[in-house]
Design a binder for this molecule. Structure first.
Ligand SMILES: [Zn+2]
Length: 250
């Protein structure tokens, strides 16, 4: 169910069992933009149904926050124009060639191209991994891009941050709101950490041990400082005030 945040912003909360992130919907007078794609065709089918049953429009534009599977693997099932940052898109082009049999997935864990947490969650989301389809976006941008939806604008900005170097945010100045994707999170790919699906309850404790990269955080906050916002939301959490976001890094 998409929760109404304002007349122009709706958010489908995250679904942690298969690591589905929150999905943002920004509704203008002429167009609707969705922020993040869902992690599978099944996820997208549910999202489409929820929009329909809630009387909300289907998106005209679909923007992905960064390349991680949980934010992008639903892309192929939307009929919207899909948009990604340049760095995200080159990674999606690479991943479109990946194979999803046990051997190929195990190999990517060895090379560090993927991590145990995502590997397990992908297997849980997809009973049939033949259904996995990765596609690059229809449009890519380098740096920033503004989309006027009619009475409300989405400023797509490459904000980087400590989680993933390709991360983009969606800043909506008329609402003083930013969708951060996972950009404020830890880098789960950079340093080894322990995940055991039999002990999912340890997830928060284990990820808490991963250090933030201070230089990346500093650079990230200097980018965020340029936006006039009151509230924001990360990819798998609740809405925060600006103050709450900054306090994470103190
Ligand atoms: Zn991520």
């Amino acid at each position: 169910m998409f929760n109404k945040i304002s007349d122009r912003i709706y958010i489908q909360p995250p679904e942690h069992y298969t690591d589905r992130p929150n999905i943002g919907l920004i509704k203008g007078e002429r167009y609707t933009l969705m922020f993040d794609a869902g992690n599978s065709g099944a996820n997208v089918a549910e999202l489409k149904n929820r929009l329909e049953s809630q009387g909300l429009p289907q998106p005209d534009f679909l923007v992905v926050s960064h390349w991680h599977w949980d934010h992008t693997f639903g892309m192929h099932r939307w009929s919207a124009v899909t948009i990604a940052g340049k760095e995200t898109n080159s990674q999606l082009q690479k991943m479109a060639q990946w194979k999803w049999d046990d051997e190929s997935m195990a190999k990517r864990l060895e090379t560090g191209e993927d991590i145990v947490f995502c590997d397990e969650m992908i297997k849980r989301e997809y009973q049939d991994r033949n259904l996995i389809k990765v596609v690059p976006a229809d449009m890519e941008f380098d740096g920033s891009m503004i989309i006027d939806l009619g009475g409300v604008t989405c400023h797509l900005v490459h904000i980087r941050g400590p989680h993933s170097s390709d991360a983009i945010g969606c800043y909506i100045p008329e609402e003083k709101f930013i969708f951060l994707g996972d950009s404020n999170g830890k880098d789960l790919y950079g340093k080894p950490w322990h995940f055991d699906i039999e002990h999912e309850e340890d997830f928060m404790d284990e990820t808490a041990k991963i250090p933030y990269d201070d230089d990346l955080v500093k650079e990230y906050l200097s980018v965020l400082d340029t936006f006039d916002f009151d509230r924001c939301i990360g990819g798998h959490a609740d809405i925060m005030t600006k103050e709450e976001l900054y306090s994470i890094f103190r």
